[in-house]
Design a protein around this ligand. Structure first.
Ligand code: C5P
Length: 298
């Protein structure tokens, strides 16, 4: 069983106060893009995980691996044997703010459901996903969606058209808890600029207006990500100087998402940016993309 799951960027991310459970209430607009992890699942003697791809060595293969945790959770929930070999072909940046680990977990939930013929509904899978991470339900959902709560409560967003993105990658990922903790510290020591509400992003999507979408992109975690990785500021500026319609840190970073006018502009932007030496790699992808789905049943 091969399941393909998409990366995400946050078109809007406003972060509220820290809750007593350590999470932050947020309002976000998730957007799935066509940059994928493929997760291959097969019955085996024991649960195992292997990873291939440029950044494979950065992915844990012990019991903390999110895809493996998803297999165990599904097995426990449905009464099946967790003896599944999971193989991840990584296309999504690791620790990049693009929900790569969450995509793997979403893929493993869908894959086990298909492998074992358990036929769980979308809501039940999303409920299990939320136990694994705030972004996992969106990895199942795909498309574009408004996320509330800690990001796990989703409402589909109506939109038209597709958008061309350039992702600028940085070496050395950022830890999501570290970025949230940095934001808490910044807020304790004085006022920090905040993005308003998602209305601008939602209107632009409804109208299919890439120029308006580029202007409306915003992320409360961006100043915290920049504080932890100051060169990100230069990368955002370079993207704008090269003609991107908008530039924003994706989620907790350090990946920067640049909105291009169209696919050709995206390719031109990506190659110009790659030549400037400010990022470790570039990817082009369009969105919205589908959520985790079986692409091959062996
Ligand atoms: O849910 P997930 O495992 O992706 O969250 C990782 C960490 O990111 C949490 O432990 C928390 O520190 C932070 N986080 C948060 N508020 C959210 C989502 C994540 O503080 N809404």
């Amino acid at each position: 069983m091969t399941v393909r799951a998409p990366a995400k960027v946050n078109l809007h991310l406003s972060v509220g106060q820290r809750r007593t459970d350590g999470f932050h209430d947020l309002t976000t607009v998730f957007h799935a893009i066509g940059l994928y992890d493929d997760v291959v699942l097969a019955r085996a003697d024991a649960p195992t995980v292997t990873v291939e791809g440029e950044q494979a060595r950065l992915v844990p293969t012990d019991s903390s691996n999110l895809a493996l945790r998803a297999v165990h959770l599904m097995a426990q929930h449905t009464g099946n044997d967790p003896a599944v070999a999971v193989h991840i072909r990584k296309g999504i940046p690791v620790a990049g703010g693009c929900a790569g680990g969450s995509a793997d977990a979403a893929a493993a939930l869908v894959g086990c459901d298909a492998l074992w013929g358990t036929g769980l509904g979308k809501d039940e899978l999303a409920g299990l996903g939320a136990q694994l991470g705030s972004d996992v339900p969106f990895g199942l959902h795909g498309g574009t969606a408004l996320g509330t709560g800690r990001g796990e409560q989703l409402t589909p967003v109506l939109g038209q058209g597709s958008y061309s993105w350039v992702l600028a990658l940085s070496d050395g990922g950022l830890s999501t808890p570290d970025v949230y903790a940095q934001l808490d510290r910044q807020r304790e020591s004085g006022p920090v600029g905040v993005v308003s509400n998602p209305a601008g992003v939602l209107t632009a999507l409804r109208q299919g207006d890439a120029v308006a979408l580029g202007r409306a992109l915003g992320n409360d975690l961006q100043p915290a990500a920049i504080a932890l990785k100051p060169p990100l500021r230069l990368l955002l500026e370079a993207g704008r100087d090269l003609g991107a319609l908008g530039a924003v840190v994706s989620g907790s970073g350090p990946t920067v998402a640049l909105l291009a006018r169209d696919e050709d502009h995206g390719i031109a932007l990506a190659s110009a940016l790659a030549g400037q030496g400010l990022c470790s790699g570039v990817r082009v992808a369009s969105g919205p993309a589908a959520g985790a789905r079986v692409v091959e049943a062996h």
